[in-house]
Design a protein around this ligand. Structure first.
Ligand code: OXD
Ligand code: MN
Length: 600
């Protein structure tokens, strides 16, 4: 059994191996008296304890062990069928006044939220085991690194947090006797969607999440702390928490880093783990991963450059469509010590999801535990099935991925999933225009969140679901960050998903995206040509290397086509967000819109 103590014999000294932090102790005492757990386990992050958690999970039916010859250290978790994605309608920013949350977030008055959730948390852990998870976001020694303590009654959460963050004693050491930690309280409750609340209290550095065990709702280090809470910390302290991957590109004997923001399930993990085609590899190109989902960015006062870290230590990636062709690095990453969620189970103890192999298996057990055959009319894996794997498994992990000094960012790329209208790539005229481009980002919704998929919605900086405070203040913060920078990253927009009128993708995507990245990096170094368009700077056909692929110049031209009529409609669709922000729209945004209208 893992090291544990019970409220009755509660010995913080023994459990925390030394002087317990008084602030932590008094918060834990409050939490335990409210939730009333039967047993308490302190998560140390040590491999032996992680194994014990997984073994207990197998006994409890939380985990199904997979074929240990094929997939050593791997387990399958099936979530409750009503609890398979983030639930934005149940996610709240709580503060005394609605203005704090702004027009795009659900808001609840803090007092009301604490009252409501206290009622739900009361005795919610009676008879259950609860886990105290001290964790760090960011590597030890980085100025941005922050401590969180999550208390949860979910074994799945405890085991997953040790993969996704740096769990255990180092977090308590960094905390020392300080009060500066994010108080994360989570209970799966009875998993009733009617009693599901993910409440953030940025002014109190507190998150209370009740009624869901799904990653984005329950692994509180991820979206809740690393984006919503950290976003607010960044606003106050002059840095940024963004829904961005960071990737290193070795090219022409140099190394550059880019950060890219795409909405959920639009290929961030694929882009962060991209393998260049042979012709690029022969020329020495290599792409390495710093992070696949979240970036914390700050300006280095020594050289005025933007630097970034990945605050996480693992990946929570989308599975459908992932295979040895589309993302071999992801496949190697999840080859061992991985938790799979909501995939199909094969008779030999392997997992399967749509798109893993060309031919579906003849039989499987689907993600809900029912027998499945290819013609049964149901999906075998949930469209939002996921893998949770430590980033150290990634064969393409960047050498600086854990460096507390972070990496310098040369380019910021925004992208969405758009089957029409939006070209493959263009460059913003300057930082302010780039912020406008990011702020007006539109993308078709995916299975990563509950609700209708495939409808275009405005998703500023791919942050709409992850904004911890008001969007107007967020955009103003972006504009202000420019003033701190001596040399700012160039800003680009990409769309890998444009289709022709037969519904076929115009651009092959995946590894071939390196060709677009090449133009982007050359632009950052003043080495590539471009022409001015309505939208920004665009490559001519001859500026993109098409050698060795089957993309016809005419298809590339179609992928790049800017149709001013379609753009007028796009502009009108964007008004919805502008109207919501009405009186609080930053003036830079108004100027940029006027300029675009005059260009149109
Ligand atoms: C994620 C998401 O899980 O964006 O990364 O939904
Ligand atoms: Mn994400």
């Amino acid at each position: 059994m893992p090291e544990h103590f019970t409220p009755a014999n509660m010995s913080f000294e023994a459990a925390f191996r030394g002087e317990p932090n008084q602030h932590l102790q008094s918060w834990l005492a409050d939490v335990f008296s409210l939730c009333d757990p039967e047993r308490i386990i302190l998560c140390t992050g040590e491999p032996a304890q992680q194994q014990e958690l997984l073994d207990c999970g197998v006994l409890d039916g939380v985990f199904i062990p997979l074929n240990q010859q094929k997939l050593p250290g791997c387990y399958l978790h099936r979530s409750h069928p009503n609890d398979v994605a983030r639930t934005e309608q149940c996610t709240y920013i709580c503060a005394p006044h609605k203005d704090f949350a702004g027009p795009t977030n659900n808001w609840m008055a803090s007092r009301q939220a604490y009252g409501l959730l206290r009622g739900l948390f009361a005795h919610s852990m009676r008879g259950r085991t609860c886990y105290i998870i001290p964790f760090l976001l960011g590597p030890v020694g980085c100025p941005l690194t922050r401590v969180g303590i999550e208390v949860t009654d979910s074994l799945y959460v405890a085991a997953s947090m040790s993969i996704m963050t740096r769990v255990g004693l180092p977090a308590l050491e960094v905390l020392g006797d300080s009060d500066d930690f994010t108080r994360c309280l989570h209970s799966i409750g009875d998993c009733d969607p009617q009693r599901r609340y993910i409440c953030h209290f940025p002014l109190d550095n507190t998150i209370w999440s009740f009624g869901s065990g799904y990653g984005g709702n329950a692994l509180l280090g991820k979206k809740c702390m690393a984006l919503r809470m950290a976003g607010y910390m960044g606003l106050q302290q002059g840095w940024m928490a963004e829904h961005m991957l960071i990737t290193g590109v070795q090219h022409n004997e140099q190394k550059s880093y880019v950060a890219a923001a795409f909405p959920s399930a639009c290929g961030k993990t694929n882009f962060a783990m991209l393998i260049p085609p042979e012709s690029y590899k022969r020329r020495g190109w290599r792409v390495t991963t710093v992070g696949d989902d979240i970036a914390w960015l700050w300006v280095d006062h020594r050289d005025g450059r933007l630097r970034g870290i990945n605050p996480e230590a693992g990946y929570f990636g989308v599975l459908p469509g992932t295979n040895w062709q589309t993302n071999p690095n992801a496949m190697s990453t999840m080859a061992h010590d991985t938790i799979f969620t909501n995939t199909a189970l094969l008779p030999d103890g392997d997992v399967w999801w749509e798109g893993k192999t060309l031919e579906p298996p003849p039989h499987a057990i689907d993600w809900t535990g029912q027998p499945w055959t290819p013609d049964c009319g149901r999906k075998a894996a949930h469209p939002n099935s996921r893998f949770t794997a430590p980033m150290k498994n990634n064969p393409a992990l960047d050498e600086a991925a854990m460096d507390p000094a972070g990496v310098p960012i040369s380019a910021i790329i925004f992208g969405g999933r758009r089957s029409s209208t939006i070209p493959l790539v263009y460059q913003a005229f300057n930082w302010i225009h780039g912020v406008y481009v990011g702020a007006t980002l539109g993308s078709e919704t995916t299975a990563a969140s509950t609700g209708k998929t495939g409808v275009v919605r405005r998703d500023p900086m791919a942050m709409l679901p992850f904004m911890g405070y008001s969007i107007s203040d967020y955009l103003i913060h972006w504009f202000r960050m420019r003033r701190k920078m001596a040399d700012c990253p160039r800003i680009f927009h990409v769309n890998w998903f444009r289709k022709n009128n037969r519904g076929e993708y115009l651009w092959p995507g995946y590894g071939e995206n390196i060709r677009i990245l090449e133009w982007i990096l050359n632009r950052c170094q003043g080495k590539a040509s471009a022409v001015e368009s309505l939208l920004g700077w665009m490559p001519r056909i001859q500026d993109i290397n098409l050698s060795g692929i089957e993309v016809k110049p005419a298809d590339l031209a179609e992928a790049q086509r800017v149709d001013s009529e379609a753009f007028k409609a796009e502009l009108l669709a964007g008004e919805e967000l502008f109207l919501k922000m009405a009186g609080e729209l930053p003036k830079e945004m108004i100027f940029q819109r006027e300029l675009l209208i005059s260009r149109l």
